[in-house]
Design a protein around this ligand. Structure first.
Ligand code: G3H
Ligand code: ZN
Length: 293
């Protein structure tokens, strides 16, 4: 069932776990994520990037996610979120299309410009009951990349994060704390910085670049108060590796569904593992179903 992201995050905060914000890129990944949530009785966030919107179209994304959430995912809370929105037209279109939260990512701009643009979006979105995620200190990397070492993984300055949160009044905050988009040898989490950000801002912290971080570090980050963890690359990798191997073994197959069906399962398995790791499994019961609405 489709719900507001705030209902999902509120319970994660109360009960000390994190909810996965899983990047969806096509029908197969939407189905895989939804099935994983149902099998583990977990709330989930389905998030879509601008490039995924360009690939599928905004209306198809909204209709696909809504329909899957109402049918396959009828017994689990699902929230729809825009990830790394940099184009204001897309951000506003998503707000008007019924997303319950959007990420305005102006982290590549100088501090004051980032603040101004984020504030502009807060002013537009808040009266419409849409949550806003802001970002400070760009999270580097390339989605889907595996095994390389990044030259540098810059981190945000604590005082900038605090000032940014105070000035923009965002609902959730993303900041560069050592992770990267993709799976890199040298990504890490600066726990000291994370702890200070949580103490000083008291905001919902969104950990970006969740792929490529060890289970032990993810657990420690959740203990320090991370309530949303973004997973993109691990989904793409599972999807592509499965598709490549199925195609290699079935070179004469002419029904695309036979080639694509295993990718749904591959996404499902990755997401089930993450849900269990994040502690959000078994949070949804028949008894408490109405309390998520
Ligand atoms: O915004 C999306 C995420 O931060 C995904 O990062 O590709 O490293 O899982 P990831
Ligand atoms: Zn990200």
């Amino acid at each position: 069932m489709l719900v507001h992201i705030k209902n999902i995050v509120k319970k994660a905060q109360q009960n000390g776990y994190a909810v996965g914000a899983f990047n969806i890129i096509n029908l197969e990944s939407i189905l895989g994520v939804a099935q994983a949530a149902v099998k583990t009785k977990s709330p989930i966030i389905m998030q879509v990037s601008e490039s995924a919107i360009k690939y599928m179209g905004l209306k198809p994304v909204v209709h696909l996610v809504s329909t899957v959430a109402k049918n396959v995912g009828a017994l689990v809370p699902v929230a729809l979120h825009l990830d790394h929105g940099g184009d204001l037209d897309i951000v506003y279109e998503c707000i008007n299309a019924g997303f319950t939260s959007i990420h305005i990512d102006a982290s590549n701009l100088p501090f004051d410009e980032n603040v101004n643009l984020t504030k502009q979006v807060v002013k537009f979105a808040r009266p419409k009951n849409v949550w806003i995620q802001g970002e400070i200190g760009s999270i580097v990397g390339g989605h889907g990349e595996i095994g390389k070492t990044l030259k540098e993984i810059p981190q945000a300055k604590l005082e900038d994060v605090v000032k940014f949160v105070q000035q923009t009044k965002v609902d959730t905050i993303a900041a560069a704390i050592g992770t990267a988009h993709g799976v890199y040898e040298n990504e890490d989490i600066n726990f000291h910085l994370l702890k200070n950000i949580k103490t000083m801002t008291k905001k919902v912290f969104v950990l970006h670049g969740g792929s490529g971080i060890s289970n032990q570090k993810i657990k420690k980050a959740i203990k320090l108060g991370v309530n949303i963890i973004n997973i993109g690359s691990d989904i793409k990798i599972a999807f592509c590796q499965t598709l490549i191997s199925v195609c290699a073994k079935n070179k004469k197959e002419m029904d695309p569904r036979n080639l694509l069906k295993p990718t749904i399962k591959a996404v499902e398995l990755v997401v089930i593992d993450k849900i269990k790791l994040f502690g959000s499994a078994n949070q949804v019961t028949f008894k408490n179903l109405d309390s998520w609405k």
